[in-house]
Design a binder for this molecule. Structure first.
Ligand code: B12
Length: 351
């Protein structure tokens, strides 16, 4: 009778807590030791990345969202995790024999760590991965695809505000003959926006991506196979909104006397008035582009949560919405989004 080999240790709650505690204290060495210790004990590198580092990063985000961690604490933890991913990833050699994947973040997208984790996991599973990092300009990505001729280009998106730009990137990449794999929460929880933009495939997780790439059954992906359901121009209302962007932002900032819509006493969230207002307008534009009110409403709901956590009233956001409403009186879809956003904010406030 043969005995089954011992199961490699998984990432238990105790280890995860110890790791998170090290991030909380910004103790880089201890975090590296915990992650490296797991690999030394036989835990696969991919499990350490997906079950230890990934969830810890998400927890960091939640603590920042709730106002319990400062931006500096979040940055420190993220920098440590970037080192952990590099160190742990370097402990195992990938064969690279399955094919070549070029992976990067969409133009304007600075959340590079999620993509980095995905890249390492794919590498562990035998793919040669060229990681292009954060915010890759479309034209440069396309030239690179022409030069390198990879089997797949994978794009990561954390914030749906980048989706109008993503559409151009996806279409341009496909014109080079390279199939596009999309992933990240910015494409919608179920990847529905990725499909609207006509990606060849979408995977919610690195593990799903490994299975999909290994199977080679790209055409079986529901709604995939490179047919966009929205026009690449975004339609007339989107074009009009983009053309009016500067005026919309200027009028909204004037309506608040030069303050950010996120200002109001908390002091930990509000940045530049023009940047904060511009971001709200860009989320609205992305919702108009995809003709999906939820894209804007999710963002407004999130804003309500972050402001409430800091005791900041939503007055600034509401004044901004009023100003956008006036500036977009002839834009029916945007008006619907703004009307629903007021309801969403009111519901958050009365909670
Ligand atoms: C670290 C971080 C940052 C860092 C990023 C540094 C870096 N080098 O990556 C910095 C400081 C730059 C940053 C900036 C911002 N951030 Co930020 N950030 C985060 C944080 C805390 C962690 C991100 C992360 O690494 N997550 C962990 C990974 C493992 O999870 P994941 O993203 O879901 O990725 C997995 C899957 O989705 C999938 N996947 C991802 N990509 C791909 C790609 C492919 C091809 C496939 C197959 C799979 C796949 O696999 C991944 C691995 O398991 C998140 C919180 C969170 N919940 O994620 C906020 C978060 C994403 N950020 C947020 C915000 C608002 C911002 C800013 C707008 C803040 C500001 N006002 O400036 C800016 C925007 C910058 C920009 N233009 O991109 C919000 C977004 C809320 C929203 N939906 O609107 C979040 C959710 C924080 C929060 N809880 O409120 N951020």
């Amino acid at each position: 009778m043969t005995t089954a080999p011992p199961r490699p240790p998984g990432v238990g709650t105790g280890v995860a807590d110890e790791f998170f505690d090290a991030l909380t204290r910004a103790d880089e060495q201890h975090a590296l030791d915990v992650a490296g210790g797991l690999v030394a004990a036989g835990t696969p590198v991919a499990d350490v990345l997906l079950d230890l580092v990934g969830p810890a990063q998400q927890r960091v985000g939640l603590l920042w969202q709730r106002g319990e961690w400062s931006v500096a604490q979040e940055h420190a933890a993220t920098c440590i995790n970037e080192r952990v991913v590099a160190a742990v990833g370097g402990l195992a050699r990938g064969s690279g024999e399955r094919g070549h994947i070029v992976l990067g973040c969409l133009d304007g997208e600075w959340h590079s760590l999620p993509a980095r984790i995905v890249g390492e996991v794919l590498r562990q599973h035998g793919w040669r991965v060229t990681f292009l990092g954060a915010s890759v300009p479309t034209a440069h990505l396309v030239s690179y695809l022409h030069e390198q001729g990879p089997d797949v280009v994978a794009v990561s998106c954390a914030l749906p505000v980048h989706l109008p730009g993503a559409h151009r990137t996806i279409a341009a990449a496909q014109r080079t003959g390279t199939p596009v794999l999309a992933g990240g929460p910015g494409f919608g929880a179920d990847g529905r926006w990725a499909r609207l933009l006509g990606v060849d495939a979408y995977a919610a997780t690195a593990t799903e991506a490994v299975g999909l790439l290994d199977s080679g059954r790209w055409a079986d992906v529901p709604g995939g196979a490179g047919h966009a359901a929205v026009p690449e121009s975004g339609g007339a209302e989107y074009c009009g909104l983009r053309a009016r962007r500067s005026a919309l932002v200027r009028d909204a900032v004037d309506a608040l006397g030069g303050a950010s819509p996120l200002a109001g006493g908390g002091g930990t969230l509000d940045g530049d008035a023009y940047d904060d207002t511009g971001q709200l307008v860009d989320f609205l534009a992305a919702a108009v582009y995809l003709q999906d009110r939820d894209l804007f409403l999710d963002h407004v709901r999130w804003l309500g949560l972050v402001l409430a956590a800091r005791g900041v009233p939503t007055t600034g956001v509401r004044t901004t919405l009023d100003s956008l409403d006036a500036g977009l009186h002839d834009f029916p879809f945007a008006q619907g989004c703004i009307a629903d956003a007021r309801t969403v904010l009111a519901a958050e406030v009365s909670r």
